[in-house]
Design a protein around this ligand. Structure first.
Ligand code: FMN
Length: 574
């Protein structure tokens, strides 16, 4: 096993303009968050601007409090710290904030209006100096550092606030333009290698709030930053226009999707919100757009518009005091009076002991005549990895169900209608080996049938596998992922086992003979042969990912028998 480096705080000056980044680095994987599943660690970036006055942006979470404060005190005397700017108020970071306030009692906190409410809730026993800047306000730190504040409210971070320093031309973007990767590179000189991570970060954090991301980009259009300084990952210096363009394109892609799901939820302590994010990831992965609505911060018109436009809706609610919270009640009222009965519905929520909210919502929707697309999801308190995986799979199934009921089928482009049948038949004559890809991450095993598999290189030995985006198992389709390619034998029944639909979270290997490979992935021992592989790269090919993987190890499991090949009548499906 590779040894994981200890957490640390890396300090680097950004350009020559009195600005320093303090990167609190976590090298190992973080648990229980959808966006961390690539397991590359992350950095929590804080920034220090030293004009005549001093401002600190976004101190890190509790696991860094001690080492971060020690490093910060090497740079400044905390008695001299004038401002702490919060891109959003993160409950995990309140501990560090408390420690900072003890050492810097005169500091003024700067945040958005909803941020101030969250701060006052977290600091009930303490009088805080808070400044909520309006759009036209600036803050003069001296030495020409004029700070401008841009509110970027999103469903996930309703209190989002970006800061722009006109002297250094750094835009501090908090949750925008980040990536969860830990390394020594402070800047994005290797930005091409970051493409996959940035896209994944966008897909997990922002795809379900693409409308608000577009509004944010519009707001940034009037300034011309030289750097994006995000809350996580490398500082964007060399690829700023490219990444801006990418964010525009990815948001437009979401807008262009034919089908939309309104994901309407509220969450007092973040648990229902975490479930919402996992569902959203599963839905968007399947090529269906999500419009997230955080009931606490959305107005009636916004909810009505989302419900009218959507093809399906999902409502999420915690149970508080034995009831559905008022904001969700209101949203439910709007849904019941606005949504036509043809829309597919879903319900989920976190609870502590009785969990009435999910049952009540389900009953009301059923009584009103809506079809419920999945067994309501009820999760006690904080969801774990397995629950989140189930939510993602439920989201994907919900999207598939919508596609089926709306008969959405990817059009064959550049082929005239009269030629479609002939061309489909001809393409269908291309064959590949029938295999099962299997992988294990933490304690979650996954598997999928794959028939678009072929050898791709002799030296090093490598294979390619084309994986449908809407069915791609996350733990085997990203660079660095390890999996086993189980090569099936003609005449055996393993194929039938994997052709049947699995319920979200269902054990894919139940009833099969399985052994563990060196890379931890399951080997189906009744296969003809197996290969242990590591994903080297992947390429986006329309509705599939083409994964190129190196073969690390392999073995014949049967001395006779030939490889199963999947013969098809048409090239328009497997
Ligand atoms: C004031 C309060 C009242 C609660 N009342 C209930 C209740 O009546 N029934 C229940 O099952 N859970 C109850 N809970 C537990 C919450 O539903 C649980 O913490 C849930 O994870 C909150 O979800 P959220 O993080 O999305 O807000 C209550 C929690 C609090 C703080």
């Amino acid at each position: 096993m590779t040894e994981i480096k200890p957490r640390d705080v890396q300090i680097t000056a950004i350009s020559t303009t009195d600005t320093t980044v303090l990167r609190s680095r976590t090298w190992d994987r973080l648990k229980f968050e959808v966006e961390y599943s690539l397991q590359k660690g992350t950095t929590a970036n804080s920034y220090l601007i030293q004009g005549e006055k001093t401002a600190l942006i976004d101190p890190p979470g509790e696991s860094f409090t001690e080492i971060f404060l020690a490093k910060l005190q090497e740079l400044i005397d905390l008695q001299q710290l004038d401002y702490i700017i919060l891109g959003h108020v993160n409950p995990n970071r309140i501990f560090t904030l408390k420690a900072l306030l003890e050492l810097a009692p005169n500091v003024t906190l700067i945040c958005s209006k909803p941020g101030a409410v969250a701060l006052r809730t977290a600091f009930t026993e303490q009088e805080l100096k808070i400044w909520v800047p309006r759009a036209e306000d600036t803050l003069d730190l001296g030495k020409e550092h004029q700070l401008q504040f841009i509110a970027i409210p999103t469903p996930r971070w309703p209190d989002g606030l970006c800061t722009y320093d006109s002297k250094s031309r750094i835009l501090f973007t908090d949750k925008l333009f980040g990536s969860h990767v830990c390394g020594d590179e402070v800047f994005d000189e290797n930005w091409k290698q970051l493409d996959e991570d940035r896209r994944y970060y966008y897909d997990c954090l922002h795809a379900a709030q693409a409308r608000q991301i577009e509004l944010a980009l519009d707001k940034f259009a009037s300034i011309s930053p030289k750097f994006y300084a995000p809350g996580h990952g490398s500082i964007i210096r060399y690829s700023l226009s490219r990444l801006t363009h990418d964010y525009r394109n990815w948001s437009q892609e979401q807008k262009d999707q034919e089908l939309k799901v309104a994901l309407i939820y509220a969450s007092a302590y973040g648990n229902t919100a975490t479930l919402a994010q996992a569902l959203a990831k599963g839905i968007t992965k399947a090529g269906v757009a999500v419009e997230s609505i955080n009931c606490e911060f959305a107005d009636t018109a916004e909810i009505e518009a989302a419900v009218q436009k959507c093809d399906g809706f999902i409502i999420g609610s915690p149970t508080l005091g034995g009831h559905i919270p008022t904001q969700v009640q209101t949203a439910l009222g709007i849904v019941l009076s606005t949504a036509t009965k043809t829309k597919l519905a879903g319900v989920f929520g976190s609870y502590g002991w009785s969990g009435e909210a999910v049952d009540e919502i389900e009953t009301k929707l059923k009584d009103a005549g809506y079809r419920i697309g999945f067994e309501p999801i009820r999760v006690k308190f904080k969801p774990n990895d397995i629950t989140l995986q189930q939510c993602k799979e439920t989201g994907t199934d919900f999207a598939q169900e919508l596609k089926k009921s709306k008969k959405v089928r990817a059009p064959w482009q550049a082929v005239s209608t009269s030629q479609i049948d002939r061309t489909e038949q001809a393409v269908g004559r291309v064959v590949g080996s029938l295999c099962v890809l299997s992988a294990k991450r933490e304690n979650i095993s996954s598997a999928m049938l794959a028939s678009w598999v072929t050898q791709a290189s002799f030296n090093p030995p490598g294979v390619t596998v084309a994986i449908a985006k809407d069915r791609a198992v996350e733990s085997l389709s990203h660079t660095g992922d390890k999996f086993v390619l189980n090569i099936l034998q003609e005449g055996k029944t393993i194929r039938r086992h994997f052709l049947k639909p699995f319920a979200p979270g269902e054990d894919r290997f139940a009833g099969l003979n399985v052994a563990e490979s060196e890379n931890g992935s399951p080997i189906i021992t009744d296969s003809l042969a197996y290969l242990e592989c590591t994903v080297k790269s992947r390429m986006e090919c329309g509705d599939h990912w083409l994964v190129y993987a190196l073969v690390n190890n392999g073995k014949m499991l049967q001395s006779t028998g030939i490889t199963a090949v999947h013969h098809r009548k048409s090239g328009s499906h497997y």
